[in-house]
Design a protein around this ligand. Structure first.
Ligand SMILES: CC(C)(COP(=O)(O)OP(=O)(O)OC[C@H]1O[C@@H](n2cnc3c(N)ncnc32)[C@H](O)[C@@H]1OP(=O)(O)O)[C@@H](O)C(=O)NCCC(=O)NCCS
Length: 222
């Protein structure tokens, strides 16, 4: 309220609590929250849901900062960035929904956090594993979302549990039994059954309203 955040933004943001309780019930069959620290961000005013995406007021970490600086931006670790998150159960990640969300973010942060200057978005997610591009149709929303980003740094530590958890509801499911109903299920499960692994991706892009996005040099390189 102190920041003038509209009630509907607060309501949608804090609804993640219920979403996580639903995930807990689906996964463990009981009432609870499996990611308490994550939900702290919402209640501290560090993360907002604006349309399809969530935006976390964050700072560049060491490896991301180095990656962004190496690409020629005047930013480095410790500088402000908006960390994007993709909540479950919120419908397709269409390009239109993402563009609309970014437009909402531009207005929101200018109005409610006017003292913070955000030049870039970052994302740390299984959705940015480049292998997905080879296994999903070119026009899939997930691939189109991935194409917005430049690679900040490459992860060499496999983490199969994250995509299995998000796609199939439980990170501990045996890979041989994972269903093959949708293209995303087939991409994730078949890759594991062939002996492959999944790696969290780390990407960034200049925010559409930032000075850096308008610079020809960076747009060419994107
Ligand atoms: C990311 C996400 C929004 C992409 O959904 P989308 O816009 O429908 O994706 P695409 O267009 O790329 O793919 C569509 C296909 O994947 C299927 N699909 C999408 N999300 C799915 C999911 N979570 N589980 C199973 N299948 C899924 C669709 O049914 C469709 O199948 P079809 O091609 O056989 O018809 C969706 O996967 C999702 O909500 N994931 C959970 C959130 C998440 O993982 N967040 C990242 C946290 S790090």
């Amino acid at each position: 309220r102190g920041l003038g955040v509209p009630d509907d933004v607060s309501r949608r943001t804090l609804a993640d609590l219920g979403r996580h309780m639903a995930v807990h019930r689906r996964r463990y069959g009981s009432c609870g929250i499996h990611a308490v620290a994550w939900l702290g961000l919402h209640f501290h005013g560090e993360l907002y849901q604006l349309g399809r995406l969530q935006y976390q007021r964050a700072r560049l970490g060491g490896r991301s900062g180095a990656g962004v600086a190496a690409a020629g931006l005047p930013l480095t670790s410790g500088d402000l960035c908006l960390s994007l998150h993709i909540p479950d159960f919120r419908g397709p990640l269409s390009a239109r929904a993402c563009d609309r969300s970014l437009a909402l973010a531009q207005e929101f942060f200018a109005r409610h956090h006017p003292d913070e200057r955000y030049e870039i978005a970052v994302c740390h997610s299984w959705l940015l594993d480049p292998q997905l591009k080879d296994l999903l149709p070119k026009d899939s929303n997930l691939v189109r979302f991935q194409e917005r980003f430049r690679v900040a740094w490459e992860n060499t530590e496999p983490d199969d549990r994250v995509p299995v958890g998000f796609v199939f509801g439980d990170p501990g499911l045996p890979i041989e039994d994972l269903p093959r109903r949708t293209s995303v299920e087939r991409a994730v499960g078949d890759h594991l059954r062939r002996g492959g692994h999944w790696y969290g991706g780390h990407g960034w892009f200049p925010l559409p309203w930032s000075g850096t996005a308008a610079s020809g040099r960076l747009v060419e390189g994107a």
